[in-house]
Design a protein around this ligand. Structure first.
Ligand code: F6R
Length: 252
């Protein structure tokens, strides 16, 4: 079912698999209109099903990545690209190695850069020089973060270095052998970098995110819930599974 909340289009799908298919449809629609467009990607568990769908479309020759440019939201810092927990490694395993994208058109913050501040500036410049992001895929953290923009007292603007919050470190520990191995800092696109995308596709699944989905869509716009800023973006599609939509159903 499709609904409208403020400017946002909300689609509720039966389960994770249907959510992923719907998200792939929305993505493919934009990519077919702008094959040489700029696409923003996220890591984490949520978009893996969406990436599988995109790989299938690319293999069936219904979606062509050959002219596309990509920017990822974030990367741990410092981390070697070859580390199997780096976001570069994640993107190669879950998407880039399986589609016809040109390697030189892939942009991910460099976790091996000598200077984190220089890397942030150069990444932001590369986004601007590319003409800006046409479609940005997002997930949402349990605390309302988007990218690694954690709850705080202001909305950070550009790509910047961040200290990860304990709740994020705990959430990400599931991907590591132990919580001590989870990096404590990262580079992330800022809120302005994300809000400058021409369109945004947010995917959310699971009952544990139902509360933050309600806050993000119906709560105050506040940097304490960074994703709440999306209420102000003119072109957002939010795709939820039934469980993630549990607390908003009566409000739609
Ligand atoms: C990942 C990212 C994060 C995740 C969020 C949700 O690049 O920017 O904001 O989207 O932490 O992660 P999952 O999907 O693992 O629940």
């Amino acid at each position: 079912m499709d609904y409208k909340v403020k400017n946002m289009r909300i689609c509720i799908e039966k389960d994770y698999s249907e959510m992923s298919k719907k998200a792939a449809e929305v993505f493919a629609c934009v990519m077919k209109e702008t094959p040489s467009g700029v696409f923003g990607f996220a890591t984490g568990g949520t978009p893996v099903g969406l990436y599988k769908e995109l790989i299938d479309m690319n293999k069936n020759n219904t979606l062509d990545f050959s002219e596309a440019t990509t920017f990822n939201l974030d990367e741990y810092f410092p981390i070697k690209a070859s580390n199997n927990q780096s976001y570069r490694y994640f993107m190669e395993e879950n998407l880039f190695n399986h589609i016809n994208i040109k390697k030189e058109k892939i942009n991910i913050p460099n976790g091996e850069a000598d200077d984190i501040n220089e890397e942030c500036k150069s990444y932001e410049n590369r986004i601007t020089q590319s003409g800006g992001i046409d479609l940005q895929i997002l997930g949402i953290g349990m605390n309302g973060h988007i990218g690694f923009n954690e709850p705080t007292d202001h909305f950070p603007k550009d790509t910047h270095g961040v200290e990860l919050q304990q709740s994020t470190i705990e959430a990400n520990a599931r991907f590591f052998d132990s919580i001590d191995e989870v990096p404590k800092t990262a580079v992330t696109m800022g809120i302005k970098s994300i809000m400058s995308a021409k369109s945004i596709l947010l995917v959310v699944n699971g009952a544990k995110k139902a509360g933050i989905v309600k806050e993000m869509l119906f709560g105050n716009i506040t940097p304490q819930v960074p994703a709440s800023i999306l209420q102000l973006h003119p072109n957002v599609v939010v795709i939820l599974d039934e469980e993630a939509a549990e607390q908003i159903k009566e409000l739609l």
